[in-house]
Unconditional design. Structure first.
Length: 151
């Protein structure tokens, strides 16, 4: 069957198949997810429970959605690119601009599938957005590095 016609695997199944969680851990996380009002992502719940590392979730998302992963710690980002996204938008949407080519702005985020964040950044910059994946801790570190809060 062609790749385009395959049904997308559930994140829990990917994590099980990779051997990074067990079936009981998955079931416990799914129960916890049902109890949470905001409906956190399953991967976030497993990380919070101490069952997974952030990178395990990122790898599963790469597999599930065919996303590209960017390690932000090694990135040098030009100030003019950083200035395209206001610090408040970058922090509230938890994303970091990476590069701009013409009218396309590459952005690194924990959730590249967040259409609301994409719309906010497109509105703020006037650019089309290409999203890439990174871990929450890498994004938080990059936000602190590139958008230091001043008091």
């Amino acid at each position: 069957m062609p790749v385009c016609c395959r049904r997308k695997q559930l994140i829990g199944r990917i994590l099980l198949d990779r051997g990074v969680i067990t079936e009981p851990e998955l079931q416990q996380a799914l129960l916890a997810q049902k109890k949470v009002e905001n409906r956190f992502c399953l991967g976030e719940i497993l990380v919070t429970m101490g069952r997974l590392r952030e990178i395990d979730v990122a790898i599963a998302l790469v597999i599930q959605h065919g996303l590209s992963y960017i390690a932000l710690a090694s990135q040098d980002i030009h100030r003019e690119v950083l200035d395209l996204i206001p610090a408040g938008v970058a922090r509230s949407q938890r994303l970091v601009p990476l590069d701009r080519i013409g009218r396309v702005l590459s952005v690194v985020t924990q959730n590249p599938l967040n259409d609301e964040a994409r719309a906010d950044v497109e509105h703020a910059t006037g650019c089309r957005i290409a999203t890439f994946l990174s871990t929450r801790s890498e994004i938080d570190a990059a936000l602190s590095r590139f958008y230091p809060e001043t008091f």
